[in-house]
Design a protein around this ligand. Structure first.
Ligand code: ZN
Length: 168
């Protein structure tokens, strides 16, 4: 006969362990629900390893590595994960940081969370449709918003053309 107390104690232990793991391992917005959700295997199949590291594991590309730094044509910068239009070339500016920078996202394009990694409080920016990590936003940008959306070029794909997001 199984002792009920032992059973309860081990169940509580298991729950505590699981809860701890969840709090430690979960990215800031893991609980958030997104329109497009895929398994890790599906994302890995779709993205390059570098894109996966940034979009799905909140990585950061090395500064000055992005081809999009020199992209000065008119067009739309879309999410590399789900192709949602995120930024217009009209709001791109030279920040001198080595990452593609914008002073404003397109309407209803991105979401933000507080990122407390590396002993700093930063505002993390992600695609509102697939939750893919894009970069961070800082308040030292140019007019008119004063914001600097510091984006990983690998998290974006550029579509030359009109700068309005008519298709969404
Ligand atoms: Zn996306």
């Amino acid at each position: 006969m199984i002792d009920r107390r032992i059973l309860l104690a081990s169940a509580a232990g298991l729950f505590g362990f699981t809860a701890l793991r969840w709090f430690q391992g979960a990215p800031a917005h893991a609980a958030e629900k997104f329109e497009i959700e895929k398994t890790d295997a599906e994302w890995r199949a779709q993205l390059t390893p570098q894109q996966y590291e940034i979009l799905r594991e909140q990585g950061t590309e090395p500064p000055w590595s992005s081809a999009l730094l020199k992209e000065h044509r008119k067009g739309i910068f879309a999410c590399a994960g789900c192709d949602l239009s995120l930024f217009s070339s009209d709001t791109k500016f030279e920040s001198g940081t080595g990452w593609p920078s914008f002073y404003q996202p397109l309407p209803n394009a991105v979401g933000t969370t507080k990122d407390r990694t590396f002993g700093m409080v930063r505002t993390e920016v992600h695609c509102r449709r697939c939750g893919g990590h894009l970069g961070h936003v800082f308040d030292d940008g140019p007019k008119p918003t004063g914001l600097r959306y510091c984006m990983d070029g690998l998290a974006l794909v550029f579509h030359p053309g009109p700068t309005s997001s008519a298709s969404g």
